[in-house]
Structures are given as structure tokens and as C-alpha cells.
Design a binder for this molecule. Structure first.
Ligand code: SF4
Length: 416
């Protein structure tokens, strides 16, 4: 981080215990990888992690690794390795950078602790296509490489109302994973352990929502950019008690900031909603850019994607199916617009920035007229920025900065 960036970003103290927790998680995976008696399951970020934890698997999330590669700005260097195998530069740059880094023998996890030598060896890979098809293709590449089973759930996409028929079908598929997971883990399925992990995940989700909701305060105690870092435990450790303990600590810190009126952005004037993926390789630069303009990105679809309010330990399979089908990414534009409307109201948003990530059409909601509809129907200013989550060759820093600065000027003019 440059001195300029360091000076402006008001660091959240709880980031320190979070980093230690994340380190412990990565080290546990590394140790399990060396111990044949321990089993490791790879899981997509919104896959059925609770079921895997109930079997005692150590659960690893390649998308989290993809984000680490993006943040380390390693992606552009390693993506060509995956392209050379026929994985197009146009598909998910998490996939291409993760596979590329693996082929290059590189991983940012090795920088976290000396005991970590690389990505952990999988015993089984479990996907859900609720977010996209890329995750299945991604896991199948590793399944072929390691010679281990790839199993998963095929979800609905583009739906409005989530109906019982959807939930029943997905619940049936999650339950159908049990025999293979029993075989790979060597453990009999125990419904009470599943209820326990679902209850822990639900608590984690509730705490994470409370954390994000603190940004409704003026000034907001945290930004979207803080959220992309602080969400780590909600992604990789949901269903693990330690994640919940961490969010209790974080929440206390944020509440204290609110009581002292300590905003994440000094002199906060504008409040913005970020729709779409973060630009991982420009997280700090973008955070600083908004701070300089007294603009706070108070909320995002992305950070909210790890809120699963349907989890219910009394009915674990059905409630998991509902939670993983209700996701924003699974829904049609009518639902998405209603959802963003509620966010705009709750967080008192002045304008919306849509990030059109070149290699992730699934998280880019600007391609079918939504930004224009916001301007025309609701009078909410919107901006579309072109970029990418990981492949920084697809990001024009100059253009993104100029456009964001002009957008904030526009918000200032509206204020008069
Ligand atoms: S949703 Fe987008 S970023 Fe995530 S795995 Fe799929 S294509 Fe990649």
C-alpha cells in the first residue's frame, strides 16, 4: 500500500484477529493435505458447505483463492497458462487465474504462512451451478488432474419467485450427495451434525448481515472495500463457530465507531451502491479514490451475497436448498431491481455504480438495460464501469478513475 493510501484508509482494528483466523484456516488445510486420515472437500462459494462440514471435511473454496490471486495482481501473469489449455480468455478469470497459478506452481497462500506449500489436495470436489456453469468446468479440470470425484447440484437460473418446486428439486439433489460423501469421508451421515452446522451458518449469516447493515448509519463505519476483506470468514468458515466469534468482535467495533460518529470516509458527503464484482487488483486504489472524493460506497450486492436467511436447522436440507436458490445471482431482473431498490432506500444511496466485469456476465447486471431503467424510472444516477474481477489487462485505470470522478461531480451538482 502506498503512503498516500495508508494515510487515507481508516483501518478496522478487527482486521488483525480476522487475518489470524484466516491464517489458522489455511494452515489447517495445509496440514490436512499432508495427513491421509483427514479429508478435504473443495466447495464452490455458495455450494452446500454445511453438508461437507457435517461430514468432518476440511472445506476449501477455490473462488476465495481466485480472489487472493487477483488481489496479489498475479492473474495477468498466470492466465495465459490456462488459455494455452483451451480455456478462453473470455471465461471466468477466477477459473483461468486459479488453474494458471496451479500450473505455474504459484499460490498467494504460501505467503500467509511457511507451512503452506500450495493449494490443498482434494478428496472430493462439490459444486453448485447456482452462480454459473464455470464452477463446474473449473472443478472438473481439477477432478481430472487429481483423479477424484466431482459431484454437485444443478440449480435454477433467472427465476423470479422461488417456488416449492424449485426448492424441492434442489433439496433432493443436495440429499443425493450424501452416499458419495459417506464413501469418500468414511463417515456415516448424522442429521444432528448437519443441524448444528446449519445453525452455526445461520448465526454467521445473521451476524454478517448486522455488520453490513451498520453502514446505514451516517457516517458509515465501513465501506464496501472493507467488506470485501472482512467477508472472508463468512465465505470460508460459515458453519464454524470461530467465524461467529469473530463477527461478534467486529460488530462491537463498528457499533463503537457509530457511537463516536467515526466514519470510514472522512467528511462523508455521498453514498454509493456498488453492483457487481470488486476489481480485486485495484481494491486499495479504488478505496482511496472514493475517500478522496468524500464518497462512501456503503453497500453492495456482492458482500450481501453471503447472507442466507432461509437456513433453518429444523429442516436442514430444505432450508439449505431455499437459501442457495434465493440468491440474488439466481434471480430475474424484476427481482434484482426490487432488491436493489430496497438497498438504495435502506442505505440512503445517492447513486449506483454497475461494474461490468468482462469475464463474469453472471455478476454483471448492466447488460440488459438495468442502469438506464434506474435513471428513467427512479431518477437514480447510475454509472457503468468496464473492468474485470481479476484480469487487470481488461481494466483501464485512467478511464475508470475519470468516469468515477465525473460521476461524483454529477452527484455534487444534483445536490446544488
Ligand atoms: S460467478 Fe462469475 S466470478 Fe464467480 S465463478 Fe462464476 S463466472 Fe467466475
Amino acid at each position: 500500500m502506498s503512503e498516500k493510501e495508508q494515510a487515507k484508509i481508516r483501518r478496522i482494528a478487527s482486521t488483525k484477529p480476522m487475518n489470524l483466523l484466516m491464517r489458522d484456516y489455511f494452515v489447517e488445510l495445509a496440514e490436512a493435505s499432508e495427513d491421509p486420515s483427514k479429508k478435504i472437500a473443495w466447495c464452490t462459494s455458495v455450494g452446500p458447505a454445511e453438508l461437507l462440514r457435517a461430514f468432518g471435511f476440511h472445506v476449501y473454496f477455490p473462488e476465495n483463492h481466485g480472489a487472493m490471486i487477483g488481489s496479489a495482481r498475479l492473474a495477468a501473469e498466470v492466465i495465459p497458462r490456462a488459455n494455452a489449455l483451451g480455456y478462453s480468455p473470455d471465461i471466468c478469470s477466477y477459473l483461468t487465474s486459479d488453474v494458471g497459478a496451479f500450473l505455474a506452481g504459484q499460490s498467494p497462500m504460501t505467503k500467509v504462512d511457511d507451512r503452506i506449500k500450495g493449494v490443498p489436495r482434494p478428496d472430493v470436489l462439490v459444486f453448485s451451478t447456482n452462480q454459473c456453469r464455470d464452477v463446474q468446468d473449473w472443478f472438473q479440470w481439477y477432478g481430472r488432474h487429481f483423479g477424484v470425484p466431482v459431484i454437485g447440484v444443478h440449480s435454477y437460473r433467472g427465476i423470479g419467485e422461488v417456488r416449492d418446486v424449485h426448492v424441492k428439486a434442489v433439496a433432493g439433489q443436495i440429499e443425493a450427495l450424501v452416499p458419495e460423501l459417506e464413501r469418500v469421508s468414511g463417515t456415516r451421515f448424522d442429521i444432528d451434525r448437519l443441524r448444528e452446522t446449519v445453525a452455526l451458518s445461520r448465526r454467521c449469516s445473521d451476524l454478517w448481515k448486522e455488520v453490513l447493515d451498520t453502514a446505514a448509519a451516517r457516517p458509515a463505519p465501513l465501506t464496501f472495500f472493507d467488506g470485501t476483506i472482512l467477508m472472508g470468514p463468512a465465505v470460508v468458515l460459515r458453519g464454524d463457530r470461530r467465524a461467529n466469534e469473530f463477527y461478534e468482535v467486529l460488530l462491537a467495533e463498528l457499533r463503537e465507531r457509530i457511537s463516536k460518529r467515526e466514519g470510514a470516509v472522512e467528511g462523508e458527503r455521498f453514498r454509493i451502491y456498488w453492483e457487481g464484482m470488486p476489481v480485486w487488483g485495484r481494491l486499495r486504489a479504488n478505496a482511496t479514490l472514493f475517500i478522496e472524493k468524500a464518497a462512501c460506497v456503503v453497500a453492495s450486492t456482492y458482500c450481501n451475497s453471503w447472507i442466507f436467511q432461509a437456513f433453518d436447522p429444523r429442516d436442514p436440507f430444505t432450508s439449505m436448498a431455499r437459501a442457495y436458490t434465493e440468491l440474488f445471482i439466481v434471480r430475474d431482473d424484476t427481482y434484482k431491481e426490487k432488491y436493489i431498490d430496497a438497498m438504495v432506500d435502506f442505505f440512503s444511496v445517492d447513486g449506483i455504480i454497475f461494474h461490468d466485469a468482462k469475464t463474469c456476465p453472471n455478476n454483471s447486471n448492466s447488460r440488459y438495460g438495468m442502469p438506464q431503467r434506474y435513471v428513467e424510472n427512479k431518477g437514480i444516477p447510475t454509472l457503468v464501469v468496464n473492468g474485470d474481477l481479476n484480469d487487470m489487462r481488461l481494466v483501464s485505470d485512467e478511464q475508470m478513475t475519470t468516469n468515477i470522478e465525473a460521476f461524483i461531480e454529477q452527484l455534487a451538482e444534483r445536490r446544488g
